[in-house]
Design a protein. Structure first.
Length: 197
């Protein structure tokens, strides 16, 4: 067993500001590598001599690589922010066209859509016998589905960088547009905006 006070783990090196590429390029192979006796894991434990880590941190190569890494990280963050801002602007500017259907046709399509989604259970009521408000919910769901092509505006946003904000903005715009086009559905659209964010 090694003396862990003179060694630092890969996670410890990262906490000191190292990236994986810096560890690979400047430290190379770990001084100690093996399995952690305290818990089972497929990943081997990699330990680096603390003295060696500190020595490398004082070199000009480390300073240069560290600065380059910071600049790259900043540039990546700036690009992601520009992309997020561009997508939000596109969502705000995009004209949304809701299909205009006569009341009975919208009801028919909404019920059909509901049934195609497999939501109909044996003995489920038809539109005339549906629970109060169900037909309105079905109509909003159908129209929301009909507008799903606008989700292509979200392309290029991945993970954490503005994706949630863009999805909320798009949902809000779609529901608001449905509510304007069909005033009888506006209340349900406002409810969904409140619930879905």
């Amino acid at each position: 067993m090694t003396d862990r006070t003179t060694y630092v783990s890969l996670a410890g090196v990262r906490r000191r500001g190292w990236t994986d590429a810096m560890v690979r390029d400047l430290l190379g192979t770990p001084d100690v590598q093996g399995r952690d006796p305290r818990r089972w894991s497929l990943a081997p434990v990699r330990l680096y001599l603390l003295a060696r880590v500190e020595t490398v941190e004082r070199t000009p190569e480390f300073a240069e690589t560290s600065e380059l890494s910071r600049v790259r990280s900043s540039a990546t963050g700036a690009y992601a922010e520009r992309r997020r801002a561009a997508v939000l602007t596109a969502i705000r500017a995009e004209p949304i066209e809701v299909p205009r259907l006569p009341g009975p046709e919208l009801e028919r399509r909404a019920v059909r859509h509901r049934h195609l989604l497999g939501a109909r259970s044996p003995g489920a009521p038809e539109p005339g016998g549906a629970p109060a408000g169900a037909l309105v919910r079905w109509q909003v769901s159908y129209l929301r589905h009909a507008l799903s092509r606008y989700e292509a505006l979200l392309d290029g946003l991945y993970g954490e960088t503005g994706r949630g904000e863009a999805e909320r903005l798009l949902r809000r715009r779609l529901y608001e547009t449905i509510g304007v086009a069909y005033p009888s559905l506006a209340r349900e659209c406002r409810r969904r905006i409140a619930v879905e964010g």
